[in-house]
Ligand binder design. Structure first.
Ligand SMILES: Nc1nc2c(ncn2[C@@H]2O[C@H](COP(=O)(O)OP(=O)(O)OP(=O)(O)O)[C@@H](O)[C@H]2O)c(=O)[nH]1
Ligand SMILES: [Mg+2]
Length: 300
């Protein structure tokens, strides 16, 4: 640890990213931290658990919590996702309330109301500004400001990086004076195994459709260093029905092979070493509504 820890004006704290599904929470956290920690897909409800990312600058340490999009749950998994997100908001020093640049939906207005009731320093982050004309922003800011007193309102493009440095500076200034919580060179305190499972799940999300991504989970069964370098990883994709298993396996194994190749590439890029990945598909009927299965998979 260098001089930062000793500085008396150093600030540190927790920032929770809150928003409806698909507004760009994970993209924003990855952009801020400068690494793809949290998986991103065009499908809603990509993020399930809380993904933690850490940025340490000269002035501050910001610990970000990327959360699942707030939605009306249809099963126990959805309930766990939304509950863990809401618990994260309650513990945060700052809440980033993300919204897409454009007419707010009734769900967006409802979430804004709920966040205002938490009484925390809240930044309204209007994301995806690259998709709209600048003149939509002013009326939108007026509309949200009438609902609650935001600490800051920051239009950004998480995808292109517009205004993200500004957001980081404003956030650092708003955190409590505190020494850093973590060593300054770490980007997350989560374990490799969790990231690997998520990279595989990302490819299931990207390569399958309809209910399949939502019926799938990933478990790392075994992970070993290999003599001569690299790691051997055995993982299972859990689905709910035999028919889903057939789709994930694909004709003569083509789909599971593609998921394996695509996720291995992501894992290797992240870990920086060679990976031998063996993927299996298992059926666990109704796992999304089974409390024991959910606990074993790290929810609840
Ligand atoms: N054009 C544009 N697209 C964006 C921006 N930020 C995110 N996206 C896209 O929006 C989609 C959803 O992004 P995510 O980061 O997964 O959104 P999320 O809020 O984490 O979604 P959930 O985890 O499902 O709640 C992806 O296709 C992103 O590439 C942005 O600033 N501009
Ligand atoms: Mg996400």
């Amino acid at each position: 640890m260098t001089g930062t820890a000793a500085r008396e004006d150093f600030r540190a704290g927790y920032i929770a990213l809150a928003g409806l599904p698909n507004v760009g929470k994970s993209t924003l956290m990855n952009r801020i931290v400068g690494s793809k920690l949290s998986i991103v897909t065009p499908k809603p409800q990509t993020t399930r658990g809380v993904v933690r990312g850490i940025l340490t600058t000269q002035k501050a340490q910001m610990i970000f919590f990327d959360t699942a999009g707030i939605h009306r749950p249809h099963d126990r998994l959805g309930e766990c996702m939304v509950e863990s997100a809401r618990a994260t908001f309650r513990d945060a020093d700052i809440i980033y309330l993300l919204t897409e640049a454009g007419e707010p939906s009734p769900e967006q207005l409802e979430l804004t109301q709920q966040v205002s009731e938490l009484g925390k320093p809240t930044f309204l982050i209007i994301n995806k500004v690259d998709l709209v004309r600048k003149d939509v922003l002013l009326p939108l800011i007026g509309r949200f400001s009438a609902m609650m007193d935001f600490t800051e309102i920051v239009p950004v493009s998480a995808l292109q990086g517009d205004n993200v440095d500004e957001l980081v500076n404003l956030s650092a200034a708003c955190l409590p004076a505190s020494p850093p919580y973590y060593p300054e060179d770490i980007m997350s305190d989560q374990i490799e195994r969790d990231f690997i499972a998520e990279f595989i799940r990302e490819q299931v999300f990207k390569n399958t459709r309809e209910e399949i991504p939502y019926s799938s989970a990933v478990v790392i069964e075994e992970m070993q260093e290999r003599t001569g370098g690299g790691a051997f990883i055995r993982a299972s994709v859990i689905v709910e029905k035999d028919s889903q298993k057939a789709i994930i396996v694909g004709s003569r194994g083509s789909m599971i092979k593609k998921i394996g190749t695509d996720s291995r590439r992501e894992i290797e890029a992240f870990m920086g070493y060679k990976v031998f990945l063996e993927l299996f598909v298992k059926v666990e009927k109704n796992w999304r509504d089974d409390p024991k299965a959910l606990r074993r998979l790290g929810f609840s």
